[in-house]
Design a protein around this ligand. Structure first.
Ligand code: SAM
Length: 190
């Protein structure tokens, strides 16, 4: 039998301190994961040049469900004509100009450099991260070593000679889609 008596509530100043977090975790029930178990991909374009390529990249982003597209440099301006984005994907998917791709890495997202370079891993054998930021070089250059070193992986497509920028984006996104749930965490990710 339960003893009757006043309910003992702990004094407010006796409660253990709440853990510090930038994400206001004390507001969420214990056990709430820091990030959702959801796959996504973003694209980073390093100093792209042609509006046609960026428009085609936007179109690919729409086709393959990319969350957002970032670009650096001044050569391509947002005001540029989206001649190749005939589906007007840039109305739906953010296209964001920034000064440094390293500054926009979303939480738990793995940066992957895509470049035809010695030491890169062949895309057909690659297991994609659950959340990936794929970074591509400019039409008239390559991703420099600094950004490749910052990326967790460097992958290449085993072509004879390099492809057009937008074509490369399509191939990488198609490869990700074709591998389905086979990202690093497997089917536990949605
Ligand atoms: C047109 S290519 C760059 C041109 C090239 N560096 C050259 O020799 O003039 C533009 C970008 O597409 C990507 N790319 C093209 N072909 C590729 C391939 N076979 N494997 C991986 N990335 C590729 C890279 O990100 C590259 O920086």
């Amino acid at each position: 039998m339960l003893a009757k008596g006043p309910v003992q509530t702990p004094q407010i100043d006796k409660l253990p301190p709440l853990p510090q977090s930038p994400y206001n975790r004390p507001l969420f029930p214990e056990g709430t994961p820091l990030v959702a178990d959801k796959r996504y991909s973003c694209i980073g374009l390093y100093n792209p040049k042609s509006p046609e390529n960026v428009g085609s990249v936007m179109r690919a982003a729409g086709c393959y469900g990319v969350a957002s597209v970032f670009y650096t440099g001044k050569r391509y301006e947002r005001a540029a004509d989206f001649v190749t984005d005939t589906k007007r994907v840039h109305y739906d998917i953010p296209l964001i100009g920034i000064d440094d791709l390293k500054k926009i890495l979303p939480l738990n997202c793995v940066p992957v450099a895509v470049e035809l370079v010695d030491g890169a891993r062949p895309l057909p054998e690659y297991t994609h991260p659950d959340r990936a930021l794929y970074i591509f070089g400019p039409e008239d250059g390559s991703l420099d070593k600094e950004i490749r070193d910052w990326c967790e992986d460097v992958v290449y497509i085993p072509t004879t000679g390099c492809m057009n920028l937008a074509a490369t984006v399509n191939v990488v996104l198609y490869d990700r889609m074709a591998k389905g749930l086979n990202t690093r965490s497997g089917p536990k990710f949605r």
